[in-house]
Design a protein around this ligand. Sequence first.
Ligand code: LLP
Length: 384
Amino acid sequence: MKGNFPIEKFKTLQTPFYYYDVELLQRTLEVVKEEAGKYDYHVHYAVKANANPRILHIIAASGLGADCVSGGEIQASLDAGFPADKIVFAGVGKADWEINLGLDNDIFCFNVESAAELEVINELAAAKGKIAAVALRVNPEVDANTHAKITTGMKENKFGINLGQLNGVIDELVDMDHVKLIGLHFHIGSQITDMSSFQNLAIRCNEIQDDLEARGLTVENLNFGGGLGIDYYHPNHLPVAAFDNYFAVIHNLLQLRPGQKVHFEPGRSVVGQCGNLISKVLYVKRGETKNFAILDAGFTELIRPAMYDSYHRIENLTSEGEIEVYDVVGPICESSDVFGKDVELNTARRGDLIAFRSAGAYGEIMASQYNCRKLPQSYFSDTL
Ligand code: LLP
């Protein structure tokens, strides 16, 4: 089954472009709010997944907070209407101007990834006569069972403070006058479909809380980051991620202390399924061993297959011809510019429209201008 697209309208537009199903995004946001609402969980959308201004505006209007990893993302979030007191700011390499932007806007929390960063935040806050609210990002050593390039919670990853060093960093923190510890932050990886990883995270958090309590410390906020995966194989059947399961898994295992608030930072699961990259077949090259469908989109528009070997469902929207097998490739002058090998497509002809499904997260935002190409346009189902 192919997706339901306004193909006649698509034929009038310059390809490649991103097409967003606004109704699906709204529906997803409703589910997020309903499921998180059951436990009073706070959700901050991970802006890095998609910072298209219209998408950000819709998400801000739905009442979610924002999870940012740069000054640019903080500014884009403020511009889109996210309230500063719902903005969290993570990242291993926050530059001074980025920290200052967060301080000037009194954002909710800095998710701090090292003792060195903590010192700088303390200094910059002191210069402004402010007290920065910080959460320590702990590397929980929980395996996310996902692609190595999107695993973050293991000792060898650059992110967070190692468990064995947490007490030492807290010792330094309590002596600083311009930072205040308000929470713990975790993020173990992305595209996680194995719920046992989140179970292990909740259990590890309980252990850490017990250790902190032994030294007379409880924090007000626990932030479990993002990572909930989506179904790239069945975008039509399972368009909304398993938020019910996800929040329930944490709820069932986490031992909350009185008054503690729980936060999440989902990105992919919020926007992944509502976005599609639409491209056109330029040429069909019938080689000696392979057929190539050569498209006008390349890794400049969607880098995930080249970078992470990721699967995206590919559909020929304008052909009902017999199913044939193609290597689907882009025009970029690099042999990694391949979207999929041995892909089954309805017979491809020059001019056919091709959809890459589930491309709403880490699609448009990771586009580049390599080969002096133009950045893709975006269109929305409700305004097309
Ligand atoms: N919070 C933090 C601290 C993160 O580093 C990330 C993602 C998220 C939240 C959101 O994770 P999500 O819910 O989207 O899984 N470009 C890669 C994914 C990189 C994810 C980086 N961090 C891809 O296309 O698969």
